[in-house]
Design a protein. Structure first.
Length: 642
């Protein structure tokens, strides 16, 4: 009987439709029992159809087992033959409280890209650890990727507790091993649950054999986790996917809300034209709505006929959303063909596709130790930071603020293969002074055409501020080069403010000592002043030892147009040229906390400019730096702009 003729069935379907939906990803190393855990969760939560259960029972009998729960998820014969799972599988089940979608991803190193795909829309991640083996390199890798993708909730199931005699100390050991690592990541909540997936302990039903654990079962925890996707989630972002028209003059803009709320009467702005209009209707197949919230799919009608097409972005009127033509991004490289710096790719951002160049690889990430490794390229399953230059401005947000407008994929234009998934980090901003008509009226082809030099990107680059940050050991020539570069830029009519590390120490930072925390605070203060100068259109030149890489990287993320210059000079050369004898005293132990001798210095892994001040004259270093600023589009070549 259909729901139309059965009120009880209709009511049950309506209740199911009203339930919240939680998406979570499961991942574990080989033989951690992930497939068995999912099978147990589906079986005990009654998330299986009778024909599915019968098929698994038949497969289990053929394998000589009474009921092998792993067969609920290992659905491919080839997978069963090899004993591994090689793709992302999605499973659906429902309880009285909530609906669930499970993304079952492989845990092997070579399938990092599959995990990234399955985790990209998840609200939570469930990672398995074998109680006998404890946390492994793969466990740490999985936790890092989940954090990188912005998954807010991490659940760690310490499985196979039966094989360690249900002992609390084995659970505690696994908790301690992974907790030390995950504290460095950005999860909102971390929960450890001891389980035995094979027997069902603490998966759906509470275990009497794990009396030391008083927390929720896995299902109980999943039923109470907050769901970020169900909240409005910040300012309105509405990428237009399709323009709907009919013979009666209907004109609606269809798409899915990436974030925020929209209501009839709201004033909105359409990008890239920056024209404003008022929302008159929110349409769906079931009729008009009084409001729409992310992630609903609707069609908006406006009170004016604007030039709106696929790829446009609708935001609140007067929004300060950033237009970036260059940005730093974290890439998960998926292609067997390595990344080629300098090569042009297609960049798909929300519903828009345009040309973009990967300018350089800043570093690759060691996923075991969370360290940055020098790299010139990325290979399959590598994760690293790159700089991307777009052929037209992209209206976007950092990934940490918006997982939709902060994400993109790269496509090989020759093969149409997706080669990478990216998360936007620091933005290079196109100044708002370009005005409302800067992109309005341009065709899509013109907007995506190659940009010929900095002049095509800005009316006058001297009005776009930036920061030059000189870092290096004491005596490496930072202040000398900063002074020479300041003079060169002033001759080109730039407004320059110099921020010398020694002078800052005597004024703005005179209350600070030389501990790591105080050194980082000193860098933050200089960076804040430099950012204000750049925001007002000036050039801030900072010369400071700034010994710790993390503090400098924080500046790069915070300041849109930032150039890091590493002045390298070996300790032997510095000691030989030292007019004050500071290095000799430091080497003799007379000066504590002396960077490069008794305190560490962490050189940049991928500076924008690398100067060997012991091998080249200052004038040559300045020419090299100015040439790099021209290549970055920060300044015009001499004679190139009046």
């Amino acid at each position: 009987m259909s729901a139309e003729h059965d009120p009880r069935l209709a009511a049950r379907l309506a209740r199911d439709e009203a339930k919240e939906l939680l998406r979570f990803v499961t991942v574990g190393s080989v033989d951690d029992g992930k497939s068995t855990l999912i099978g147990r969760l589906l079986h005990d939560a009654s998330g299986l159809y009778e024909d599915q259960l019968a098929a698994v029972k038949r497969a289990s009998r053929r394998a000589g087992a009474e009921l092998d729960l792993s067969f609920f998820t290992d659905g491919l014969e080839a997978e069963r033959a090899q004993g591994i799972t090689i793709d992302v599988a999605y499973r659906y089940f429902s309880t009285d409280k909530r609906k669930f979608i499970i993304a079952d991803t492989p845990g092997h190193l070579e399938y990092t890209r599959n995990m990234a795909t399955g985790a990209s829309t998840a609200d939570a991640a469930v990672i398995l650890i074998d109680a006998e083996r404890g946390a492994t390199e793969q466990s740490r890798r999985h936790a890092f990727i989940a954090s990188l993708l912005g998954i807010p909730e991490l659940v760690v199931c310490v499985n196979k507790m039966d094989l360690v005699g249900w002992r609390e100390e084995r659970f505690t050991r696994a908790v301690d091993e992974l907790s030390a690592f995950t504290r460095r990541l950005r999860f909102r909540e971390l929960r450890f649950i001891p389980v035995c997936a094979r027997e069902g302990d603490n998966v759906v039903r509470r275990s009497e054999r794990l009396e030391f654990y008083a927390g929720p079962t896995l299902l109980e925890h999943l039923e109470t986790l907050p769901i970020r996707a169900s909240a409005p989630g910040g300012e309105l972002r509405y990428p237009v996917q399709l323009v709907l028209r009919d013979r009666d003059g209907y004109r609606g803009y269809a798409g899915q809300l990436a974030s925020g709320v929209v209501r009839p009467g709201d004033r909105v702005m359409v990008l890239p034209s920056r024209r404003e209009a008022t929302v008159t209707n929110i349409d769906t197949m079931d009729g008009a709505l009084p409001e729409a919230r992310a992630p609903m799919s609707v069609a908006l009608r406006l009170d004016e006929e604007l030039d709106v097409g696929r790829g446009a972005l609708i935001v609140p009127g007067g929004s300060a959303i950033q237009a970036a033509e260059r940005f730093d991004a974290t890439l998960v490289w998926m292609s067997a063909r390595p990344l080629e710096p300098g090569r042009s790719y297609l960049l798909k951002h929300t519903t828009r596709t345009l040309r973009a160049d990967v300018e350089r690889v800043q570093f690759a990430t060691d996923l075991t130790e969370l360290t940055e490794l020098p790299a010139e390229t990325l290979r399959a399953n590598d994760i690293g930071r790159v700089t991307i230059a777009c052929r037209a401005p992209v209206f976007c947000d950092p990934y940490v603020d918006n997982r939709v407008t902060g994400a993109f994929i790269l496509i090989d234009p020759a093969t149409n293969d997706t080669v990478a998934a990216g998360m936007i980090e620091a933005l290079g901003i196109v100044p708002w002074r370009e005005g409302p008509g800067a992109l309005h009226g341009r065709s899509a082809d013109a907007a995506n055409a190659p940009v010929a030099g900095a002049a095509a990107r800005r009316d006058d680059p001297r009005r776009a501020g930036f920061v030059l940050w000189f870092t290096g050991l004491s005596g490496a020539g930072k202040s000398t080069l900063a002074r020479l570069v300041a003079g060169a830029l002033e001759r080109r009519k730039f407004h320059v403010e110099s921020l010398d590390g020694d002078e800052i120490r005597e004024t703005l930072s005179r209350d600070l000592g030389f501990s790591r925390e105080d050194r980082d605070e000193n860098v933050r203060r200089i960076g804040f002043v430099a950012k204000l100068v750049a925001r007002s259109g000036g050039v801030a030149i900072a010369a400071a030892i700034s010994p710790y890489r993390a503090a400098r990287d924080e500046l790069r993320r915070d300041i849109p147009r930032f150039c890091e210059i590493y002045c390298e000079c070996p300790l032997e050369a510095l000691t030989a040229r030292d007019p004050k004898g500071l290095y000799q005293r430091a080497l003799a132990g007379e000066l504590p906390h002396f960077t490069g001798v008794s305190d560490p210095y962490e050189p940049p892994l991928a500076p924008d400019v690398h100067l060997r001040t012991d091998l080249e004259r200052p004038e040559a270093s300045v020419r090299k730096l100015l040439a790099r600023l021209e290549a970055l589009g920060f300044i015009e070549p001499e004679g190139g702009a009046e």
